[in-house]
Design a protein around this ligand. Structure first.
Ligand code: FES
Ligand code: FES
Length: 168
């Protein structure tokens, strides 16, 4: 076992991990971050997308040991049940999902996109989210939701992301 320090949604903890364990496994086991979902397990679907030091990546591809000392954001840190983040609210308002299995990954990929490009074009959204698969085919609604989220974050009463809620 290897002892690493992870900061997840603002909460720092030391956790023991096996050398072969992936970040998604440790996030779910140690931080109860069940919104981080493993589907393909090989970096092809984006269901396990998290932000590591602000960069969007597939947590099924990253060994947990390599995240030692890094800050991880998961969907649990986006908003609260009583105060969804503007991105989450846009997905709800545009029904950017059906079964919602892919949704946490899309939300985190959207957060990374809008942090780097606050006013993306539709093609830029499609390109940025190309690594996220929605098996229900909700792509048209997801595109509308992302563009609306960009509007919300650019101004208005919902422009401020709520503070992250520490997990665990
Ligand atoms: S589960 Fe990680 S990309 Fe599919
Ligand atoms: S909403 Fe079902 S996989 Fe995307």
């Amino acid at each position: 076992m290897q002892l690493i320090e992870l900061t997840v949604n603002g909460l720092s903890r030391q956790v023991a991990v096996r050398p072969e364990e992936t970040l998604v496994e440790v996030l779910r086991r140690e931080f109860q971050a069940y919104g981080v979902r493993e589907s393909c397990g090989v970096g092809m679907c984006g269901a396990c997308t998290v932000l590591v030091d602000g960069q969007s990546l597939s947590s099924c591809l990253m060994l947990a040991g390599f995240a030692d000392g890094l800050a991880v954001e998961t969907v649990e840190g986006l908003g609260t049940i009583d105060h969804l983040s503007p991105i989450q609210q846009a997905f709800v308002d545009h029904t950017g999902f059906q079964c919602s299995y892919c949704t946490p990954g899309f939300l985190m990929a959207t957060k990374a996109l809008l942090a780097n490009n606050p006013r993306p074009t539709p093609d830029e959204v499609r390109e940025a989210l190309a690594g996220n698969v929605c098996r229900c085919g909700s792509y048209a609604n997801i595109l509308e939701a992302v563009l609306d989220a960009a509007d919300r974050l650019a101004g208005g009463v919902d422009a401020v992301e709520p503070a992250a809620t520490p997990a665990g």
